[in-house]
Design a protein around this ligand. Structure first.
Ligand code: SAH
Length: 360
């Protein structure tokens, strides 16, 4: 009897926190921790219900699509968790030439995409000059499209030149808001401070900026995730990419036997982030689709509102292997889009062909 009463009080407490988050868009780090640690399945349903309501007011039941072009898997960095890190000798390297990238964009435009995301390793071939040419070519050909870059850490000057060439948005996951944790995931030549400085530089240059992190990355604690949420609350990104960490067989972490981040925690975090920033653009990621057959649908139902089908040439898709068993590496772009459209329709959502800018 006593036990039941105690239980009731606990879950009531969580519900209070959820209500507080929905109305104030902010919690203390210890309350974020409590929420991610103790939410019951019913609490998750309540979180998702409020997240979906908050999102509906701004974006209705629309899901925005971004055409992902994986321009190169050549990388000068050696992030310990990543399948395309520099020291992975088993990774078969490729680089798309500017004409190929443009072809992907043309195909994407025909299919209805109005945002192109160029993502890749930190490949020195892609100088400012070459990237500016590509960005200008895309923007001249398709003035109604947005260009998003996800090319890692560059100098302020470089971000400035790319912005002036027409890039609209930049995705750079902060990976973790805890410096000690950051140093466990990256070699000494990379620094947390520089990662964060890059994010603020991008912000200063008026990009729409996206940060983000992996769930259950090696050595991550729930406390770290609470810090990530506080960081996201304070930084106020226009976009946020979160997805489960999935081990890659050719990385430092292959022997740790770390389990991928769970569907449950990822969805809980999507709902929380939606309530922190109701207008945020939040993808249901490919990694989430990889750990569960309905991962992306469930992500959208938890509060996400973006999907990023692959526009890369099928011949290179398998090579952009950040983690094991990545989905969508075999199909043509059109098939990828059709599949996602059907999946979204099946849960009552509609993929729209629009730039899908951040609504303030
Ligand atoms: N070079 C760019 C793009 C990196 S790849 C950059 O530095 O931003 C995009 C994202 O994939 C990374 O930010 C990381 O969070 C994620 N990623 C890398 N390895 C992963 C893994 N093993 N499991 C899940 N996500 C991973």
């Amino acid at each position: 009897m006593n036990y039941k009463i105690l239980n009731f009080k606990l879950s009531n407490n969580i519900k209070d926190l959820i209500n507080k988050l929905a109305s104030e868009h902010s919690l203390e780090p210890e309350d974020y921790l409590k929420l991610i640690q103790d939410a019951s399945p019913e609490d998750d349903l309540y979180l998702a219900e409020l997240a979906v309501k908050a999102r509906y007011k701004i974006y209705k039941n629309f899901v925005y699509v971004r055409g992902l072009i994986e321009i190169s898997n050549i990388c000068k960095n050696n992030c310990y968790y990543c399948g395309i890190r520099r020291d992975n000798k088993n990774c078969e390297r490729y680089r798309l030439m500017p004409e190929q990238i443009l072809e992907c964009a043309c195909e994407g435009y025909r299919l209805g995409f109005r945002t192109f995301v160029m993502q890749g390793g930190e490949d020195l071939f892609f100088t400012d000059e070459i990237l500016c040419r590509i960005i200008k070519d895309i923007k001249n050909k398709f003035p109604d499209c947005a260009v998003t870059l996800s090319l890692g850490e560059r100098s302020y000057e470089s971000y400035k030149i790319l912005r002036e060439a027409g890039a609209d948005r930049y995705l750079l996951r902060h990976e973790t808001a805890d410096k000690t944790h950051y140093n466990k995931l990256h070699p000494a030549e990379m620094s947390y401070d520089n990662r964060i400085k890059c994010l603020y530089n991008l912000r200063g240059l008026n990009y729409q900026v996206g940060c983000g992190f992996m769930i259950n990355s090696p050595f991550q604690t729930l406390d770290n995730i609470a810090q990530d949420l506080k960081f996201i609350e304070n930084f106020k990104p226009e976009m946020c990419g979160i997805g489960p960490f999935i081990p890659h067989h050719d990385t430092e972490f292959k022997d740790l036997k770390i389990k991928p981040g769970t569907l449950e925690l990822t969805c809980r975090l999507l709902s929380i982030i939606r309530l922190i920033h109701p207008a945020i653009l939040l993808p249901a990621t490919t990694a989430l689709g990889t750990i569960h057959p309905q991962g992306r649908e469930l992500g959208i139902k938890a509060g996400a509102n973006v999907v990023m089908p692959n526009l890369s040439p099928v011949s290179v898709r398998r090579k952009y292997e950040l983690y094991d068993n990545k989905i969508c590496t075999g199909e043509e772009s059109a098939q990828c889009l059709n599949c996602l459209e059907a999946r979204m329709r099946s849960i009552g959502y509609e993929i729209v062909s629009a730039r899908g800018d951040f609504k303030n």
